[in-house]
Design a protein around this ligand. Structure first.
Ligand code: NAD
Length: 286
């Protein structure tokens, strides 16, 4: 049969992504530290193994969908011995671009290839197989993994290794800042007596529109479900990656730094598992 695809990190995003790989005909061998997560992956057709190392023994292409760069680096170091010059690691997490480059350089002498392929589109996009995949890496490495990634969404080649993680963080800096200012505008409007649905209709037909006005407000915030599946702490991490990158390249982001501070206080006050869309209620409460 076909060589399996490895998958490490079976959370809100990982499980629906695994389901789409299986549906597209790729056998998946998977691992997560959480037993519940492993059960969910089995339910969508993956074979789970007891360690990440066993994933890398069984598969040449190994996808990582983990919380952050520190965990990605630890997990990859734990794969030593199972990796070879046929191994291709695809970090689809929202990681730190400079750490991704370092990791790629560290792996290169052994012939282990690393590409970064973070995504946007959220849990809904993962379920639908319609993620936007921001792929960074050598063209030959990207060509080798694209047949697998195509089961998950649309691949956009964005540059050398690390480029995907950079553009992903910048996207989320924009997204988080849009969401905060949208919450402020909606709160002002409501206190003045405007109807939220009417405001959204106007913004969405005007230059104030964004993913927040088009999707987050109507789907998760106005109905009060706050269940987009993207955690507030993960969003904060992405904003911090973007502002750190801004400093590293000598183009500090003033508004971005401020947004990080505000989101950070919310993250400290709210439940650690809070969805990022909760920020709208936080802003509305002042
Ligand atoms: P999640 O917290 O739901 O899932 C992460 C999974 O990683 C968990 O199941 C956890 O048990 C597992 N894990 C942690 N440490 C591990 C280890 N050492 N070994 C194996 N497994 C380990 O997060 P998510 O929402 O699925 O997001 C995953 C990544 O994708 C993050 O980097 C996030 O920023 C990014 N992302 C999320 C969304 C979204 O809408 N949720 C959208 C785009 C990008």
């Amino acid at each position: 049969g076909a060589r399996p695809v490895g998958f490490i990190g079976l959370g809100n995003m990982g499980v629906p992504m695994v389901a789409n790989l299986v549906r597209a005909g790729h056998p998946v061998v998977a691992f997560d530290v959480s037993a519940d997560a492993r059960d969910r992956a089995v339910a969508v057709g993956a074979r789970v193994v007891p360690t990440a190392h066993r994933v890398a023994e069984a598969a040449d292409t190994v996808i990582l969908m983990l919380p952050n760069s520190t965990i990605v680096t630890d997990v990859v170091h734990g794969l030593a011995g199972a990796l070879s010059d046929r191994s291709r690691l695809v970090d689809m997490s929202s990681s730190e671009p400079l750490r991704t480059r370092e990791l790629a350089e560290e792996l290169a002498p052994a012939g282990v290839r690393l590409v970064d392929a973070p995504v946007s589109g959220g849990v809904a996009g993962a379920e639908a197989g319609r993620l936007t995949i921001m792929a960074g890496g050598d063209p030959a490495d990207l060509a080798a993994v694209e047949p697998v990634l195509e089961a998950l969404g649309r691949v956009v080649r964005v540059g050398p290794v690390g480029a995907g993680h950079a553009v992903k963080a910048l996207n989320n800096l924009l997204s988080a800042t849009h969401l905060w200012i949208t919450a402020e505008a909606m709160t002002v409007g409501e206190r003045f007596g405007l109807d939220p649905a009417v405001m959204l209709e106007v913004f969405n037909g005007s230059s104030g529109r964004s993913g927040s006005t088009e999707t987050k407000y109507p789907r998760y915030i106005l109905p009060g479900s706050f269940d987009s599946g993207f955690g507030l702490r993960l969003m904060l991490k992405d904003m911090q990656i973007a502002t750190r990158l801004a400093e590293q390249v000598g183009a500090p982001s003033v508004l971005g730094e401020h947004a990080v501070e505000r989101w950070d206080s919310a993250a400290q006050a709210l439940d650690p598992s809070a969805d990022h869309t909760r920020i709208a209620a936080w802003v509305a409460e002042g």
